[in-house]
Design a binder for this molecule. Structure first.
Ligand code: CDT
Length: 315
């Protein structure tokens, strides 16, 4: 018997700074209902789905900062999403800014089961961008100012008949993200992202934003024999163009479904979790083929250490 999970990636178009959380939750509910009508058992929403991508703005005002964050999940506004999902019997994964009771700020994503109960909370590990305001930039990417890295790392959870993991946006660019979950048998990785197309430190990469998005997730899926479901918040948000191209990728590395708009759009795929073993038990049979005695540097050092320069030639 195959283990098919019908999964939707619910892409969002822009969320303006002035948009209320209530209005965003209404959009999420519309996508959730569409997903239920298309037979989805699980719907993935983007990173920081409830608000505009606020790390593009600097503020020193503590209250202004904390207003972007959720102090409970579900809270008074997101409760409607949990209730509707439970009524429909559909699970979901949602990215949001989390302020914990003891004052930690994380870029988080929850996994909620079809019964409306929270299965897990993942906190983003790879925090991109910069720590300090850089007024010379056309816009900020201050994730390293607003968020601490998640301390728990990459867990996986038994849910939806398989082994499920989560990653958030920049995490998807790092092969270690997938491999750490791969080493726990992950079969379905859920990802939300906000990717500005313009990259001020090296604008030559702008034209490659879509290519890089697909490249990293297709490689990660294939090399670990896992499904990857990725939902963007795309389009022109507060004057900044963000990549859309939400996609669902099979363990073969093939994209089986991809969004074709930059707005609110649901894409769906039937993910056969048993398909993972075709890769996990052949080319990527980790236990048989991995050569861990040669991988020490991956956890033993952070930056690259090139060999020493050859001595200058004597005159
Ligand atoms: N949200 C997020 O992680 N975005 C990053 C932008 C990197 S450029 C600072 C990404 O990897 O898409």
């Amino acid at each position: 018997m195959s283990r098919i999970v019908t999964v939707g990636a619910a892409q969002l178009g822009p969320v303006a700074r002035a948009d209320t959380r209530e209005s965003v939750v209404e959009r999420l509910l519309t996508l959730l209902r569409q997903a239920a009508s298309e037979g989805c058992q699980l719907v993935v929403f983007p990173e920081l789905a409830l608000t505009s991508f606020f790390p593009r703005w600097y503020t020193a005002d503590r209250h202004e900062i904390d207003a972007w964050f959720e102090t409970e999940m579900p809270g008074p506004i997101t409760k409607a999403l949990f209730e509707e999902a439970q009524a429909l019997g559909v699970g979901f994964s949602l990215g949001y800014a989390e302020l914990t009771p003891d004052g930690h700020h994380y870029n988080s994503q929850i996994l909620v089961g079809p019964d409306g109960a929270v299965v897990a909370t993942y906190r983003k590990v790879h925090i991109p961008g910069h720590e300090h305001n850089e007024p010379g930039r056309p816009f900020q990417h201050l994730e390293r100012y607003y968020f601490e890295p998640g301390p728990e790392g990459f867990g996986v959870w038994r849910a939806f008949g398989g082994v499920v993991g989560m990653m958030i946006c920049n995490d998807r660019r790092w092969p270690e993200t997938y491999r750490v979950m791969g080493l726990q048998g992950v079969e379905l990785i859920l990802c939300g992202y906000n990717t500005p197309i313009h990259y001020p430190p090296d604008p030559s990469q702008d034209i490659l934003a879509g290519f890089h998005n697909a490249l990293v997730m297709q490689a990660g899926a294939y090399q670990n024999g896992t499904w990857v479901v990725a939902a963007a918040k795309g389009g022109n948000e507060e004057g900044i163009e963000a990549l859309a191209q939400s996609c669902i990728i099979a363990p073969s590395g093939q994209i089986v479904s991809q969004a074709y708009t930059t707005g609110d759009e649901l894409i769906v795929a039937q993910c056969d979790l048993d398909w993972c073993d075709r890769y996990k038990k052949t080319l990527f049979d980790f236990d048989r083929y991995r050569m861990i005695e040669h991988y020490g540097r991956i956890t033993g050092q952070r930056g690259a250490v090139p060999p020493p320069q050859p001595p200058e030639e004597q005159a």
